[in-house]
Design a protein. Structure first.
Length: 124
């Protein structure tokens, strides 16, 4: 993997949907298809909502109500982030000039082994 990583400003822009320079494609590939990509995706998906959560905390009213608004926002954002994780991943790969169907080599090998086992079991 390349040592080229985005700086904090580039990472925030990337989290909000911006394309990174081609010199960072190795980093993007690892970020999107590497181990623990789901956790990185969930963290990345929360970044654009931080200003909204801050605004919720500035609303008048009891702290528990404002905290509940933030919690509801986090839960909804996480739900939709998980639901659309594969579409988002494909779009990020495409946006950065990488093939949309790339996957982690270990997951791909495990899936192929599972498919082969299925075919051997049911190919009578």
């Amino acid at each position: 993997m390349s040592a080229t990583r985005p700086n904090p400003i580039q990472w925030i822009a990337y989290a909000c949907g911006a394309k990174l320079p081609a010199s960072m494609n190795d980093w993007v590939l690892n970020d999107i298809t590497g181990d623990h990509y789901v956790a990185r995706h969930l963290v990345r998906a929360m970044v654009p909502f931080i200003p909204l959560f801050v605004i919720f905390m500035l609303f008048p009213g009891p702290l528990w109500l404002r905290g509940s608004m933030v919690l509801l926002g986090i839960l909804l954002a996480l739900f939709y982030s998980v639901v659309y994780i594969h579409q988002n991943r494909a779009r990020r790969l495409q946006k950065n000039g990488l093939p949309m169907d790339l996957d982690n080599p270990r997951r791909k090998a495990a899936r192929e082994a599972e498919e082969d086992a299925y075919r051997r079991l049911w190919a009578r």
